[in-house]
Design a protein around this ligand. Structure first.
Ligand code: SF4
Length: 283
């Protein structure tokens, strides 16, 4: 469909030549990502577009300064492009009236896990976690809520005391998590949250591009510790708790990109919720 639309624009003379009188040809092309979670990282996608392996670049320089083929490059998500027609038709003031504080506009949330009606919901920024779960039909089977991941796999778990937290950038960060990709995962009471967090870590271990050692080795090591613990009944020894927190600190501070920096966050947030030694390990 997109290829056909681009061809249509070309036939109408709207692209493919110097339409703006700037001396530059306006062109529109589609690059299909070869796939992989890490290609959501902008510089990894740029590397792919240049024909290299999909690995993130060291930043700075950021793409706005040095991007595709070394030129300043703006990277936007599909959601941003999807917002443009609404803003153009309803006006910036209408858009800004949606949401709260610095977090304005509408936001898509993918609600999954233990809810009656999993799906994608479009709500104003700042909608509370409770209201979004209600919109998705409540916790499945009327069960009690245990915790949520408000912003996708990489966001820290939040307990029921955060149910009235508005889903926006600042407030979720203050609560110890993040808005991330806007994928709310709902977890009902009775779920083994350490196993859920281990599952998340397994995903990151598998999706690590392997470029930097802390992420590649750290995620594997932590996953081994956790699966071994789960197979032995789920009780973490003091030594393993300390080792997991050390790995989280090292990966957060030394990994090149966001994947490695946040991979251990959900695990540590579960340790915090369980009261498994909240002390920060030595720097
Ligand atoms: S943090 Fe992980 S995913 Fe990111 S560059 Fe390093 S190895 Fe690759």
């Amino acid at each position: 469909m997109l290829h056909a639309e681009i061809e249509h624009l070309r036939e109408l003379g709207l692209i493919g030549h110097d339409v703006l009188g700037s001396g530059r040809t306006l062109s529109l092309d589609i690059f299909t990502s070869p796939g992989g979670y890490i290609l959501g990282e902008e510089t990894a996608l740029i590397e792919c577009m240049e024909g290299h392996r999909g690995e993130p670049r060291n930043k700075p320089p950021f793409p706005g300064v040095y991007g595709l083929w070394g030129k300043p490059t703006l990277m936007n998500s599909v959601e941003t492009f999807a917002d443009v027609p609404i803003i153009a038709s309803r006006g910036a003031d209408w858009w800004k009236d949606q949401g709260t504080g610095d977090s304005t506009g509408l936001k898509f949330f993918a609600v999954s896990g233990h809810v009656e009606k999993p799906g994608v919901y479009c709500v104003p920024m700042g909608t509370s976690i409770r209201d979004l779960i209600d919109l998705a039909g409540g916790v499945a089977g009327g069960a009690e809520l245990d915790c949520v991941q408000p912003g996708g796999a990489s966001s820290n778990f939040l307990g029921v005391e955060h149910l009235d937290t508005p889903l926006d950038f600042g407030t979720l960060a203050e609560a110890g998590s993040m808005l991330g990709s806007g994928a709310l995962v709902v977890i009902a009471k009775g779920t083994d949250t350490l196993a859920a967090a281990t599952n998340v870590l397994r995903f990151f271990r598998n999706e690590s591009c392997g470029k930097c050692v802390p992420c590649r080795v750290g995620s594997t090591k932590a996953h081994e510790l956790l699966t071994d613990t789960l197979q032995a009944g789920g009780e973490l020894s003091d030594e393993r708790r300390e080792r997991l927190r050390e790995l989280e600190t090292v990966m957060r501070k030394t990994s090149i990109c966001g994947l490695g920096q946040v991979a251990m966050g959900p695990v540590v947030s579960v340790l915090d919720q369980r009261g498994d030694g909240a002390a920060e390990p030595p720097e």
